[in-house]
Design a protein around this ligand. Structure first.
Ligand SMILES: Cc1cc2nc3c(=O)[nH]c(=O)nc-3n(C[C@H](O)[C@H](O)[C@H](O)COP(=O)(O)OP(=O)(O)OC[C@H]3O[C@@H](n4cnc5c(N)ncnc54)[C@H](O)[C@@H]3O)c2cc1C
Length: 470
């Protein structure tokens, strides 16, 4: 028999789960969140937030190193990695306690333990794997009745064929949690996470090799962006090898050896950044009739409903880019659907993507190559940061804004920005598109001066055929 019942039980408290719970509570639903590890999920505790906190220190260090150009002589700069990690911990705890506060404010019950779906669509919560129940939780299992369940258990790292995690072969979350800056670090995979790790540790003092099996870094980004990022990473002293898979990995107590191309290497750590797989183990999906697709993701419709009525799935568990803000938006949609509100499916192409290496990358939608493959009559507007006053004033003339559009209606098909604050600037292009504007409208929106955002406007003008600065 159920100990208590809720209108909505969310399993997992990451950016998908906690946002879904708050939205459900706002809509008057009696809501609980089940979490087996730490409030805030992997995003806040091990992934996005710790990564960005460490990267912030690396960025500040770069600025200090470049400060002479701005008339500032700084000497005696030292990396105190223990202090960087302490700040990282403080950032994480500030944000996770914020989530706990939001649960209290919205009267959401937080239940610690392993959540499993039961065959009749309720939730059983057991002591977290590995033994003793956490403070406040009772040993054994408890059953909770659920009107609806939202699965938000996220994802786990995936190794690569022939290489297993263990010893000196680590994943991204472990890399950001290292207690010292390793002398030698090899990063396998130059996607967003790999580029971020390489860029942070190279600037903090590691000798970094970055290996990418495909033919360019950030292989899913526009080719122009990849080229500039590769140049930027090399400028930070990173030994970048594309078209070069890692092989013959052998880990010892204090180092790991491997081969790549014609060379062999040794590092203190090999970080595998090869993507992630849905965390569905132990969720009881088969018993509850929740289907997976052929990639092991939970199959959902546009309102995030699974094949089992009353059960929803969001975030890294389902299709689309594995990004925190996508998880959160899906949480809102699922909660609103449960409450009977009219929802609309996510436009996956319009989700902004951000990579926080130096140089920063922000993008959305189609690359130029994808737009051409899909048969659009493509127009491109490209403007370097140096074309507008802000690029020179703030010291980044090498950044680039690239707008990919189609000629007949002026539709914005994609946006690609590399350089300072690209991760912030990309939002403007997403917003213009979301409000049904195209590049001709972008070109005529008045932008403040001198800002980097003027380069975004100028890229709209370039696509529309009347670039002023260039
Ligand atoms: C190193 C790294 C950096 C990243 N940086 C960014 C970034 O800058 N921006 C961005 O948008 N995305 C980033 N991502 C991706 C982002 O972290 C994920 O897309 C996001 O965390 C997904 O959120 P979620 O709510 O689906 O799950 P998660 O954040 O993974 O949270 C799921 C939670 O569910 C809990 N759980 C699992 N199973 C159970 C169970 N049976 N019972 C109870 N609880 C359970 C887990 O303990 C976990 O706390 C990064 C990822 C990594 C690995």
């Amino acid at each position: 028999m159920a100990e208590s019942s809720y209108d909505v039980i969310v399993i997992g408290s990451g950016p998908g789960g906690y946002v879904a719970a708050i939205r459900a509570a706002q809509l008057g639903k009696k809501t609980a969140v089940v979490e087996r590890d730490k409030v805030g999920g992997r995003c806040l505790n091990y992934a996005c937030i710790p990564a960005k906190a460490v990267l912030r220190s690396a960025d500040l260090l770069s600025e200090i190193r470049d400060s002479e150009e701005f008339g500032l002589k700084v000497s005696g700069v030292e990396v105190d990695y223990a202090a960087i990690q302490a700040r990282r911990g403080k950032v994480v705890s500030t944000l996770t306690s914020g989530v706990s506060g939001l649960f209290k404010k919205n009267k959401i019950d937080y239940i610690e333990g392993d959540g499993t779906l039961t065959a009749d669509g309720d939730v059983r919560v057991g002591t977290p794997q590995g033994g003793t129940p956490p403070a406040g939780a009772q040993a054994g299992e408890q059953a909770y009745g659920a009107g609806s369940v939202i699965l938000a258990t996220g994802s786990v790292p995936r190794a690569i064929p022939g290489v297993e995690f263990g010893g000196r072969v680590i994943g991204t979350e472990q890399a950001w949690a290292l207690e010292e800056v390793p002398a030698r670090l090899t990063v396998v995979g130059a996607g967003a996470s790999g580029a971020e790790i390489a860029s942070a540790f190279a600037r903090l003092g590691s000798e970094v090799i970055l290996l990418e099996a495909l033919d360019r870094v950030l292989p899913t980004e526009d080719a122009d962006i990849s080229r500039l990022v590769e140049r930027g990473l090399k400028r930070q002293g990173i030994d970048v090898h594309t078209g070069t898979p890692v092989a013959e990995v052998s880990t010892g107590e204090t180092s790991v050896s491997f081969s790549y191309g014609e060379s062999s290497g040794e590092a203190d750590y090999l970080v595998i950044c090869a993507g992630r797989a849905a965390d569905v183990d132990g969720l009881g999906l088969a018993e509850a009739g929740v289907e997976l697709d052929d990639r092991g993701l939970v199959r959902v419709d546009g309102a995030l409903r699974t094949s089992r009525p009353g059960v929803y799935a969001i975030g890294d568990l389902v299709q689309g880019p594995a990004l925190a803000h996508k998880a959160s938006d899906e949480g809102v949609i699922a909660a609103e659907d449960i409450a009977g509100l009219q929802t609309h499916p996510i436009a996956y192409n319009d989700i902004p993507r951000a990579t926080f290496c130096t140089p920063n990358v922000g993008s959305f939608g189609l690359t130029e190559a994808q737009a051409r493959e899909q048969g659009y009559d493509v127009v491109v507007g490209k403007v370097p940061y140096g074309a507008v006053g802000g690029g020179t004033v703030y010291g980044d003339r090498t950044g680039l804004v690239k707008v990919v559009g189609e000629s007949s209606y002026g539709e914005l098909l994609g946006g690609h920005i590399v350089g300072s604050r690209a991760t912030e600037l990309i939002q403007e292009l997403v917003n213009v598109r979301a409000l049904e504007g195209g590049f001709p409208e972008l070109a005529r929106i008045i932008h403040g001066h001198p800002t980097l955002s003027e380069a975004v406007m100028e890229a709209g003008r370039a696509a529309d055929g009347w670039l002023i600065h260039g």
